[in-house]
Structure formats: C-alpha cells, structure tokens
Ligand binder design. Structure first.
Ligand code: ZN
Length: 500
C-alpha cells in the first residue's frame, strides 16, 4: 500500500469520516442491535491516513503554527493521530477480544446469558444469594479474559510509548490532559481521607439497612442493587422515568422536544449494555442518549447524567472545526455537565415537586443517594490510584491483589481480585470523572449562589450552561472552574458535598 501525506485539513476530514463510521458501529453494538463490533475493519478502511509520515507532517505543522488557536487545533489533531497510528498493530486483537466478550455466555436459570444480560439482571435482582451467584459468573468471565486484557494493555502501552515519544500511559495522560495526574490523585486521596470517618459511619448504618441483612462489608456483587435504592421503586417507577426526566430538563431550560439532534434510546433489549452512555455519531447533528432502564432512582440519575452529555454535544456550535467540536483532549469537561444535571436528583425539592414526597422523605432519599455518590467517589479515587500502579507495570503479578485491597478499603465493600484488568476505562478516564466531581460541585455551589435553591427548576441556569455547550470542547475542565472564580486546587465544595 502506498501512502501519501495529506494536509491537516484533509487529514481532519478523513478522521471525522472514520469517527462517524466507528461511532455508528459502536452504537449498534452498545444498544444490542449488532452482535459483533467491526472497529478494526473500519480502521482498516482508513489505515492509509495513519502513517508515521503523516504524524510527522502534523507535528511539523503544529511546530510552525503561530496562532494559538491554530496551534491548539493541530496539537489535538496530533494526539488523535498518534492514538490512531499506535493502534494499528493491536486494533485487530482488541476487536477479537471484544467480540469474544460479547459472544461469551453462561447458564443462569437454565438460559444462556450474555455478560450484558447478567449485569442488567444483577442490579434489579431482589434476592441476595442470586445476586452473589450472578456475580460469580461475571467474575468467571473476567478471569477467563484477564491474561489477554493484560497482554493487550501492555503491548498497547509499549507501542504508544514509541509513537508518542513519552514514557507510558501516565506521561501521555499528563501531556494530553495538561495536569499532573499523580499530584491530582494525591489530592483526591486526601479528600477521601478527610471524609473517611463520615463515610464509615454512614456505611455501618446504611449497608445493613439497604440490603436488609447484617452486612458490614458487602461483596461488590451488591453494588448495582444498592445503588438503585430499590425500596423506593414504587416512587421512582420505570413508567414515569422518561416523562419526569424530560420535564426536569424543560424546567432547567432545555426542552428536549425542541432539540431534535438528541435521540433518546430507552428500549430494553436483551444484549443492550446496561451502562448508560451517550454516543455522539455526528456532532452536533446526531447524538444518541442510551439508557437501559433496570428500575429505580438509578434510571433517573442515569438518564439525567447522559442528558448532560447529550445537551453538550447536541448544542455544540456547528461552526466549530472537527478538533473543537468532535474531539477533546479528555472527558473531564463534558463530565462536569453530566454531573451537574444528574445532581438534580440530590435536590430534596426535586423529589417533592415531581414525586409528591414529604420534605422528610425527600431528605431521606437524598441522604441515601448522597451515600451512594460518596461510595462511587471513593471507588473512583481508589481506581485512579490503582490504575497509576497498574500502568507503571501492567504485567506486575501484584496488580490483582492491589486492586482488591485498594477498592475494598476505600468503599468498605469486598472486591474480588478477578476484575483487576476489566474494571478499567481507557485513557485514565477515572481522572476525568474525579476532575468533574470537583468542578461540578463548584459549579452547583455557584449556581445556587447566583440563582437560589431553585437553580435547577427556574430556568435561570440555562444561559450559563448554553454558553458553555456552544463552545464544544474548547474550554478545559479547569477553565470552567476559573471562570466562576474557583480553582483546580479548591476541593471545599466537594468535601462539603461528601460530608453532607
Ligand atoms: Zn458521563
């Protein structure tokens, strides 16, 4: 195959076509409409773009750029191109592994079940022992795939080290995110420590209460079930979910029926991934908001979280270039928006308005929901610390135990070793979530100060949010923090939320 080096503009146009095709494929697999992923086959159609010569040419164009906006665009394009060049030798292995995971089946209740089906079942299964049995099967799958997960990660890191000219995933993340990830992880650990006693007190009381049995350190098997707060299912019914969430967005100032670029998919298909997500196939024209309802308050939270992303992508200016509209150096910006919208479910007033709960009951649900949020924050803090250890040496045989120890200690749940290689998101995404945890609390405190307790239902937050959404991926997470007079080193609002 002969390759020719193209201009940065032509490269960006080609890459956008690749991303649109890839996102369309990912959507069909995620929502359970297509049994196998084809991302390596799609990559092959665009592989002529991803050569070392092309990457070098983009690097030269970046070095020659004098205008800061132009330079930023070319820098983003270079990072995306480096990702793609480094993926060339592992993309087929990654697709094969993913498709084997999708094809994996285990018998439960006499029926062969996919991993996605088991993960959807476990969150709504009311029986304690049956949840433990389902989790056993999920862990078996993770054990079967662990060695190949590790090899793929290790090999990928070796290739990326060469292509980026940086020392491994942590150095690449530092350069891409523009922060010192290790320092940030240390700051998060300090927040976890400062709020540990309060969390322990809540855990001692709430784990037994929510599970209906005397479990001080429940297995992770019960995490999804706990998170759903099922004792309130009669209030947060599946039937009312779409209607209430749409009304909530309307009151925030964003009527979905007037934003035709956002396409909700709330169907319950057997092989649909139960982890809610947004897949922007075209930005801003085609943004899929994907939720698989499993019952309970968690569905409302998931819908609103994803709606925050969908509003961001769906309201991004179509005048922006690919690099500021479709790609971002990380996900820490868009996660601010999802957290802010999801946090509406932490407002007692929201529960009173939409569900007719008394103030007392509303505060009870919110307290339980805040405990779940704190357990997730602690989980992600521990995950980031663990992932930094993992990337220092993916093949280190101590990694499974480190994973189980760190996650169990932080959450006061019992984590097995078997998910040490599967419970990871690409690109140190845990850091993006944690940056958003910090900044979204700053934003909510600021919105409350500016627009009062009713900030989420008086339409007054919409102008501020819309102004941010229009800018696509241009600002960084930390820019938003600075814009409201806060700073990236200010964790006070987060600590206040975690101490509530
Ligand atoms: Zn998100």
């Amino acid at each position: 195959m002969t390759s020719t080096v193209v201009s940065p503009e032509e490269f960006a146009a080609g890459m956008e076509r690749h991303y649109v095709a890839g996102a369309d494929d990912a959507r069909k697999v995620t929502v359970g409409l297509q049994p196998e992923s084809r991302f390596a086959d799609i990559y092959a159609e665009f592989a002529h773009l991803y050569t070392h010569e092309q990457l070098e040419a983009l690097g030269e164009a970046r070095a020659a750029a004098t205008d800061p906006v132009e330079r930023d665009r070319l820098n983003r394009l270079w990072f995306e191109a480096a990702d793609a060049v480094a993926a060339g030798d592992v993309v087929q292995a990654a697709q094969d592994l993913m498709n084997e995971r999708l094809a994996w089946r285990a018998d439960f209740d006499g029926e062969p079940q996919s991993l996605n089906a088991l993960l959807a079942l476990i969150s709504s299964e009311p029986d304690f022992e049956r949840r433990a049995a389902i989790y056993e099967l999920v862990c078996q799958a993770d054990e079967e795939f662990a060695e190949r997960d590790v090899e793929l990660n290790a090999r990928s890191q070796e290739l990326r080290t060469l292509v980026f000219g940086l020392d491994g995933e942590i150095a690449i993340a530092n350069a891409r995110m523009g922060i010192d990830v290790q320092r940030f992880s240390d700051q998060i650990n300090a927040v976890s420590e400062r709020t540990a006693a309060h969390y322990a007190e809540q855990a001692d009381r709430l784990f037994p209460e929510l599970l209906g049995r005397d479990e001080q350190h429940p297995s992770r098997a019960h995490a999804g079930y706990l998170r759903s707060l099922h004792q309130w299912d009669h209030v947060f019914t599946r039937e009312r979910m779409a209607e209430v969430c749409e009304r909530t967005l309307d009151e925030l100032g964003f009527p979905l029926d007037r934003i035709p670029t956002i396409l909700p998919d709330l169907e319950d298909r057997p092989d649909k991934d139960p982890r809610a997500c947004v897949i922007p196939v075209r930005v801003p024209e085609e943004v899929h908001l994907i939720v698989r309802p499993t019952g309970g308050l968690t569905d409302y939270g998931a819908f609103l979280h994803e709606a925050g992303h969908a509003l961001h992508f769906g309201l991004t200016s179509d005048q922006l270039p690919f690099e500021h509209r479709y790609v971002a150096p990380d996900n820490a910006l868009t996660e601010i928006y999802s957290y802010v919208v999801e946090r509406i479910t932490h407002e007692p007033l929201w529960h009173q308005r939409h569900f007719g709960l008394s103030r007392e009951d509303a505060e009870l649900v919110v307290a339980q929901n805040s405990f779940i949020d704190a357990s997730l924050f602690r989980r992600y803090g521990a995950k980031l610390a663990y992932e930094l250890e993992f990337w220092a040496d993916p093949r280190d045989p101590r990694n499974p135990q480190r994973y189980a120890d760190r996650l169990s200690a932080a959450t006061r749940m019992t984590y097995p070793t078997s998910q040490f290689a599967s419970d990871m998101d690409a690109g140190l995404y845990a850091a993006d979530y944690l940056r958003a945890w910090r900044t979204s609390e700053q934003v909510i405190a600021w919105l409350r100060g500016e627009h009062g307790e009713e900030w989420f239902c008086n339409g007054k937050a919409a102008d501020f949010l819309r102004e941010l959404f229009v800018q696509g991926s241009v600002p960084s997470n930390e820019d938003v923090s600075r814009q409201i007079g806060s700073s990236a080193d200010d964790f006070d609002d987060l600590i206040a939320h975690l101490s509530a």
